[in-house]
Design a protein around this ligand. Structure first.
Ligand code: ADP
Length: 425
């Protein structure tokens, strides 16, 4: 028999007793009233006991009761017990998470919607100089580097910002912000001192080697020039060797020049001015047109006279490289089109050829340093593999992007897309 059946059976029994007693004494209504009053007072007492137990947190053993109330106590007791277990488990997990984030070698700071500090780990306190008591303070008031404040305000957290550590300026930090939850952000700072040092060493090494190679190369070139002048043509081997040596020194000269240019792009501040791109393109096309393999092949379409803010020499190098490639990697009688145009959001230079094209899998790699696509060609095409790396660097320094669309056997289109905010006329 279920609890409810027992409870109803008991109530019916009482009702029957009251009915019989009432009919025997002739006071049915009085007995009924007394029965109802008794049942009501009993329930009230049970509710009051239950309220007292639950208001004390429902902890420990519940009072000894019977019937339906025993079931109610039992269910509530079980729910409370499960809740306590879950809380304990959750607490343990939070504790473990805190301990692991505390032990992280990278600094981590949880920021609220108004840049206020909500939580920091040990590394954040060590390397960013934050204290436990800084909780609730706005982080821009504590880390006052302008580039950091700009980065935080920008809301664009795709890349990290490089800063010296506030506690020790010899430490270099890469700081980045990750958004999560509702308005919360996690600030992560990683010590990149060694990495930056190695990068600087690599740049210095390349710059020094390239610079040092220039003098011996000039001497070699001079002697080779003299040997060629002195060559009376009696020894075909000598003539061939001198020509080969001249070709190779020429190639080395290009390599050294490109490496030095890349180093300059990586290290030097640029001198910004409003560059007359249409005039620059006309000049580049005229110079290239003078070359034997390019004569009459270049078509220049100036659809806009927009000028852009930038560094003229750098832009000249990038555009010359793109035009040089278009001429190099297409047949000697094919057209190369250069178009300067403006759209709603960008000012674009397209360099389009009808040449050999590039297979899709190679496109992401061709802007890497020294990367050259190995293709069987009817003519030998010389190059350093540095041209597109230079183009990429120059465009990066001008907030521009390089888009490459190519179809093997049909041709390629290299587009430099400058943001319209760069337009200065
Ligand atoms: P380089 O031309 O000195 O080899 P680049 O960095 O300028 O070096 O180009 C890298 C590679 O990309 C080239 O070796 C070539 O295979 C490919 N490439 C560049 N431009 C074009 C083009 N217009 N058409 C086809 N392939 C190209």
């Amino acid at each position: 028999m279920s609890v409810w059946q027992k409870e109803i059976g008991f109530a019916l029994l009482l009702f029957l007793v009251a009915l019989i007693s009432g009919s025997l004494t002739g006071h049915i209504l009085l007995f009924m009233f007394l029965l109802t009053l008794g049942l009501w007072i009993r329930q009230l007492l049970q509710i009051s006991r239950f309220e007292r137990w639950i208001s004390m947190g429902g902890r420990g053993e519940y009072p000894r009761v019977s019937g339906i109330w025993e079931d109610i106590y039992h269910h509530v007791y079980r729910i409370k017990k499960n809740e306590r277990k879950r809380k304990k488990k959750l607490g343990k997990m939070v504790d473990q998470f805190r301990k692991s984030t505390e032990a992280l070698p990278d600094a981590a700071v949880v920021l609220g919607p108004s840049d206020e500090i909500e939580w920091t780990n040990k590394a954040a306190r060590d390397v960013l100089g934050l204290h436990q008591s800084d909780k609730g303070q706005r982080i821009p008031n504590l880390i006052r580097f302008p580039e950091f404040i700009r980065y935080l305000k920008s809301g664009n957290y795709h890349e990290a910002v490089i800063l010296p550590a506030p506690v020790d300026h010899r430490i270099t930090l890469a700081v980045r912000v990750v958004k999560y939850g509702a308005g919360l952000r996690l600030l992560l700072a990683q010590d990149v001192t060694q990495l930056k040092k190695m990068e600087r060493m690599r740049k210095d090494f390349v710059a020094n080697v390239s610079h040092e190679l220039r003098t011996p190369l000039t001497v070699l070139k001079g002697y080779l020039e003299t040997m060629r002048d002195m060559d009376d043509g009696n020894s075909p081997l000598l003539t061939h060797s001198v020509l080969q040596m001249q070709g190779q020194t020429e190639r080395m000269q290009h390599l050294v020049d490109d490496l030095l240019l890349l180093t300059r792009l990586e290290t030097q501040q640029k001198k910004v001015q409003c560059v007359d791109i249409p005039a620059l393109l006309q000049q580049i096309c005229k110079e290239s047109d003078a070359l034997e393999t390019a004569a009459g092949r270049i078509e220049l379409l100036l659809e806009t006279d927009t000028r852009i803010t930038g560094e003229e020499q750098e832009l000249r190098s990038a555009f010359t490289n793109l035009l040089g490639n278009a001429l190099k990697y297409s047949p000697d009688d094919s057209k190369v089109t250069i178009r300067w145009r403006r759209s709603e959001s960008a000012v674009i230079l397209d360099v389009e050829d009808q040449g050999e094209g590039i297979v899709a899998a190679e496109i992401p790699r061709i802007t890497e340093r020294f990367y050259r696509v190995e293709v069987k060609r009817s003519k030998k095409v010389s190059g350093t593999g540095l041209g597109l790396a230079i183009v990429k660097h120059v465009l990066m320094r001008h907030d521009a992007k390089l888009n490459i669309v190519s179809e093997p056997g049909r041709g390629s289109c290299f587009s430099c897309c400058f943001p319209v905010t760069r337009a200065c006329r």
